[in-house]
Design a protein around this ligand. Structure first.
Ligand SMILES: [Zn+2]
Length: 391
């Protein structure tokens, strides 16, 4: 018992020192002791271990505070690589990432609608290729997946589109790759990515709404991802927002995914183009996402109408999130960022009508600047958090 406690303390102290060097690079041993409250011999011993394992390097000397000039320490960002994967709906994207979340190499494979074991084989292929591209020891592997997923054991309870049910993904992959493997829902990973590498790092609370072919959200509470009792926290895509709406893939009618997913927006634009043949959306038969974006930018009323309608239903979801959690920072991720202020303002207007306007006024809603890398960066952050305790 005593031994376990001592080991836990050692691990805690090691992570504390690593986190301090990671966050305040160019720091001396004496300053680490001061910041962490650990004794100087303890700090020196831990730093020696971190240097030995190549996580930390001495980078030079700082200014003297009277005596000898102190040696400064930094994290050796290229000492280890990690592998991160985003299991998107039409492609699986992977990357080799350094310890600072910089993407060094990328690899993407189209899913071609593969499901079940075939989809699992694609994940294995992607990982094998990524592993061969890394030119430093691998720290771990992070995977963002659709569906309900337990991040503690890496079991995907249900990912309908991939045909996975009760799939122990982390266990299956760790057998082959002999690496620590972390699996979580892609929206939860996106939230961790935004919290760690996004533009608003001072916010301890944060919601990321990820809009693609599906819609989900991830919640960070006091700096920690909140998963929910059944790992479905933030699963807003299948909340009904439109009475008598269109049929959803889940079997219900009028879910947020039927009004505001990229697929739903293209479908709505298609209908709009048919009834407004003069609009800049162009002919309905060949309409693409890019047509909607360019028509919107040119101020086409039909395109504007489609985007405002989709934004309005997002506003319903935002009103519910604001009223439930009262978190002041909401970040929208996905290529809907191309719909600009028209989409955001429509959502905010609707949210204001549906809950206390002052609560909405206090809430800042913006687009993520992490682009399509947000899940990859979140999966990287998960590995850094679990393996090194630096986040
Ligand atoms: Zn649904």
């Amino acid at each position: 018992m005593l031994k376990a406690t001592r080991q836990q303390t050692k691990r805690h102290n090691l992570r504390l020192v690593m986190r301090t060097i990671y966050n305040d690079g160019g720091i001396s041993r004496a300053d680490i002791a001061r910041v962490t409250g650990l004794t100087r011999p303890t700090v020196s011993r831990i730093v020696a271990k971190l240097i030995d394992e190549r996580y930390v390097v001495e980078t030079g000397q700082g200014p003297s505070a009277g005596g000898k000039r102190p040696t400064l320490l930094d994290v050796n960002l290229s000492s280890h690589h990690l592998l991160a994967i985003d299991l998107g709906s039409s492609e699986f994207r992977g990357a080799v990432v350094n310890l600072q979340g910089e993407i060094l190499q990328r690899l993407t494979i189209p899913t071609g609608g593969q499901r079940g074991d075939e989809a699992l084989d694609l994940v294995r292929d992607l990982l094998r290729n990524l592993a061969s591209m890394a030119n430093a020891p691998i720290l771990g592997i992070g995977i963002g997946t659709p569906g309900l997923t337990n991040p503690d054991d890496g079991v995907i309870r249900e990912a309908v589109n991939l045909g996975w049910s009760k799939l122990p993904l982390a266990d299956l992959l760790s057998k082959e790759f002999q690496q620590p493997i972390y699996v979580a829902n892609d929206s939860h990973m996106a939230a961790l990515g935004e919290y760690t590498f996004g533009a608003n790092r001072e916010d301890r609370d944060l919601i990321v709404i990820k809009i693609g072919q599906g819609i989900g959200s991830g919640i960070i509470l006091d700096g920690q991802p909140y998963y929910g009792d059944g790992y479905g926290a933030g699963e807003i895509g299948h909340v009904v927002v439109e009475d008598n709406g269109r049929k959803c893939s889940c079997g219900n009618y009028g879910c947020l995914e039927t009004t505001t997913s990229t697929r739903a927006i293209i479908q709505a634009a298609h209908t709009q183009a048919e009834s407004s043949p003069d609009s800049l959306l162009g002919p309905a038969s060949s309409l693409t996402w890019e047509n909607i974006v360019s028509a919107l930018k040119a101020g086409d009323p039909a395109a504007c109408n489609v985007v405002q309608e989709a934004g309005k239903f997002l506003g319903v979801a935002i009103a519910n999130l604001v009223a439930t959690l009262n978190i002041h920072r909401i970040v929208i991720a996905g290529r809907v960022h191309q719909l600009g202020e028209t989409f955001l303002n429509s959502a905010l207007n609707e949210a204001r009508h549906r809950t206390l306007p002052s609560m909405v006024a206090d809430t800042k809603v913006s687009y993520s600047d992490l682009g399509s890398d947000i899940v990859i960066l979140g999966s990287s952050a998960m590995v850094l958090k679990q393996e090194l305790g630096v986040i």
